[in-house]
Design a protein around this ligand. Sequence first.
Ligand SMILES: Nc1ncnc2c1ncn2[C@@H]1O[C@H](COP(=O)(O)OP(=O)(O)OP(=O)(O)O)[C@@H](O)[C@H]1O
Ligand SMILES: [Mg+2]
Length: 247
Amino acid sequence: MPETGFFLEVHDVVKEFGHVRALDGVSLSAALGEILAIVGDNGAGKSTLIKILSGVLVPDEGRIVIDGKSYTALTPKTALKAGISTVYQDLALANSRDVAANIFLGRELTKGIFLDQKRMYAQAEQLIRNLGINIPDVRMPVEVLSGGQRQGTAVARAVHQEGRFFIFDEPTAAMGLKETAAVMRLIKRLAHQGYGVIIISHNLPQVFEISDRICVMRHGKVVGIVNTAETDMEETVAMITGAVKIS
Ligand SMILES: Nc1ncnc2c1ncn2[C@@H]1O[C@H](COP(=O)(O)OP(=O)(O)OP(=O)(O)O)[C@@H](O)[C@H]1O
Ligand SMILES: [Mg+2]
């Protein structure tokens, strides 16, 4: 654990796309065991920040500290290795393969020269159960799963790959109530089990229900980071829209 107590630190990150300054000196920190929500209007820079944290984009300036180690840029590989897993709804799951195969993709268990299917099914079963994911059978092909179950599979894979910090970019945007509740439960459970979580969401009631802290972004800047228990919807909306100036 780094001395600050934060697993993830972002320092003064700048990212420009031509004339658009998508991130204009963003700094924030996040700890393991907490849920940090990032909110902000369309174009505020949320997804750009997440892409930098997952190694998809390279920042123009600034640095990222993960578990005490400083990086000026990440690649998808180094981000994963450092324990950062970004969970997209349409993430790269092998659709025709079953849940267990997806969890073990690229890290299959073997017995001699053969795949150890029995052990993989048992471990996948255990992993799904520990995370409280509602998938009746790990032998189900991923293509028949719902959006929430797919995300569950992705999280199980990330946990299996030794992810320590999970980032969700609008995980429930296209989901119904039941699915949304399941994903929220999973995210809460991850935090309870000591993993770090960042969730981007436009759904403020959801943000208030789930998060420990809220980071508000506007025009590529962090306008404030507040404890969820110490703010309310009205103040948050004011920060998002710029009705209040926070120094
Ligand atoms: N690849 C890109 N090329 C050019 N401009 C980009 C690119 N990606 C993002 N931008 C711009 O950067 C700014 C921030 O975009 P970003 O996607 O990070 O916003 P966001 O906060 O995720 O918005 P939303 O809530 O709509 O998802 C926007 O002005 C966007 O148009
Ligand atoms: Mg976005």
